[in-house]
Design a protein around this ligand. Structure first.
Ligand code: PAF
Length: 297
């Protein structure tokens, strides 16, 4: 596995790979790799010839009060996992190389970026959209894989690729969960042992919403109430948002007629947890409510 730290060196490798006819795949990450990332890497490995994993803690997607300084950076552990999973190139640019003095271009998606996560983290998605656009420019992947755990991010990236004609296929991989349903996340290490047990309540709340839809309830407010009730039973948890939305536009739904995404964000001690479930009201009898790819929606 090659470790490349400069965007110019990465671009030179990309040219060589493209010249050789290789299909480049990209899994963009901020490191602190866990089973969720590994699932993305393993899925990407099957869908490309040359697999690049980027590891870059992107400062411009963190707010001033957020955890940029203490974000985990276990780089040698990350490299070991990448080697194990057959990654060809680990791209680990420095902040100075990605944002040199004089850098000024930002990519913004005013409608999609201002809702939900964007309300709580106002500059987050322009930071994400900017770095993803840069990574696509440097690496020129034919396919890039994102996790469904960050559902709003995956919708935004698909919109970005479409709007800017970037020609990258975006695949969205289902969330990998702990045995009790908690979505795997690099930030779960900040949960105290008691909060770790409580944390599964968010997934239970989303499941309560999905169960309501399965039993035939279509009213968005009633579905949301079923989700809120579960969180209210856990006094240590506070709700940032819980919502029933259209999975393409992320607009709240008054009625669920076909597909919906249940989005949730809560706070538990110092940790903010996010999660989501994709549901289809026409599949009431089916227990499979998460789908692999948003393209199937
Ligand atoms: O999902 C993440 O880890 C980040 O937002 C991403 C896509 C790597 C951009 O920094």
């Amino acid at each position: 596995m090659k470790i490349i730290r400069s965007p110019n060196a990465m671009a030179a490798w990309r040219e060589r790979l493209i010249y050789e006819g290789a299909k480049i795949g990209l899994v963009p990450t901020m490191g602190a790799l866990h089973e969720g990332h590994r699932a993305l890497i393993q899925a990407a490995r099957l869908r490309c010839d040359a697999l690049v994993v980027s590891i870059f803690v992107n400062p411009i997607q963190f707010g001033p009060q957020e955890d940029l300084a203490k974000y985990p950076r276990p780089i040698s552990q990350d490299r070991t996992l990448c080697r194990k999973d057959g990654v060809d190139i680990c791209f680990e640019p420095t902040v100075e190389a990605m944002y040199p003095a004089g850098f000024q271009t930002m990519v913004t998606l005013p409608a999609l970026a201002c809702r939900w996560e964007g309300e709580v983290r106002p500059h987050h998605f322009s930071g994400v959209a900017t770095v993803v656009t840069k990574l696509f420019g440097i690496i020129r992947p034919r396919i890039a894989i994102f996790g469904q755990k960050d559902f709003q991010q995956s919708v935004l990236v698909q919109q970005l690729v479409k709007d800017l004609d970037l020609g990258v296929e975006i695949a969205v991989h289902p969330t990998v969960r702990e045995a009790d349903g908690l979505a795997k996340s690099s930030r779960n290490i900040y949960l105290s042992p008691d909060d770790r047990i409580r944390a599964a309540t968010l997934h239970k709340s989303l499941q309560a919403g999905a169960d309501a839809i399965r039993t035939g309830i279509t009213n968005g407010k009633t579905i949301r109430s079923a989700m809120v009730r579960v969180i209210k039973n856990e006094p240590a948890m506070t709700i940032d948002y819980l919502t029933v939305c259209d999975p393409r536009t992320l607009e709240p739904l008054s009625y669920v007629n076909s597909r919906a995404v249940l989005l949730g964000a809560v706070r538990l001690g110092p940790v903010r947890l996010i999660d989501n479930l994709l549901v289809a009201s026409s599949q009431r009898s089916s227990s499979r409510i998460e789908v692999f790819s948003r393209e199937k929606l």
